[in-house]
Design a protein around this ligand. Sequence first.
Ligand code: ATP
Ligand code: MG
Length: 252
Amino acid sequence: MKIAVSGKGGAGKSTVSAQLVRCFTLHETPVFAVDADPDANLGLVLGLDPDQVGNLRPLIELQEIIEEKNFGGGTFVDLNPNVDDVLENYTLRDGSLRFLKMGAIKQGGSACYCKENSFLNAVLTTMLLDRDEAVVLDMSAGIEHLTRGTARGIKLMLVVVEPTRAGLSTALNVDRLSKDLDIEQVLFVGNKIRSEEDRAYLESSLPPERFAGMIAFSEQVLERARRGEPLVSSKDDLLPGLEKIYDSICRR
Ligand SMILES: Nc1ncnc2c1ncn2[C@@H]1O[C@H](COP(=O)(O)OP(=O)(O)OP(=O)(O)O)[C@@H](O)[C@H]1O
Ligand SMILES: [Mg+2]
């Protein structure tokens, strides 16, 4: 299953991504957890070792590999270079999980970052289209790492949405961007639901059949975030509603 998770800043993308990744690992399913948000914190939410997460180099900074594989430059350009070694050497492992950081896409200015961007593209293409492992991409609302090519590999875009006007507006925007990229399926996940009013607000603002599920506001999640503790250590730590979302995703 290849899933991307997006939504407004602070909506709960990393929380939902981490919980889904843990659903996969609790079932011992091999999964790539990809921090594709430039302001990255998925590794910590997953409960990986903070030093190891800090020392892991984002792909965009692997200059020597980018040069060696001759991405997008030089006379002999390999359009589809093998990057399995990158997935081997620049990922953190924890059981059936492999964690990696993309780093911020480099844009504009006077410099051309074609090489860096084609390298990220090749790694994403490999994970999404060539490899069998599940993938969970924790993205920003901009979904800027995806191109039309890599988007073909995304089976499901999950848009995390809080019951606020601003959250809705971003969710609709991501929905539009995803459709422009021809992503097969876009579903919403309501998050931080505190009341029936919250639920009704979302269901009256977005098509109810397009919700993968709703997640209640949880004091426990917030408390763990305050203490910097991992979210999921065992099955009991999964948020109510999460397993239902996971099951419905896996059935699709
Ligand atoms: N269901 C929930 N109940 C309570 N708190 C939650 C819930 N979901 C997320 N949070 C809290 O909300 C904050 C933002 O969540 P998270 O980091 O997952 O969002 P994000 O969309 O990844 O944010 P960013 O845009 O900064 O990457 C965190 O402190 C998190 O613990
Ligand atoms: Mg995040």
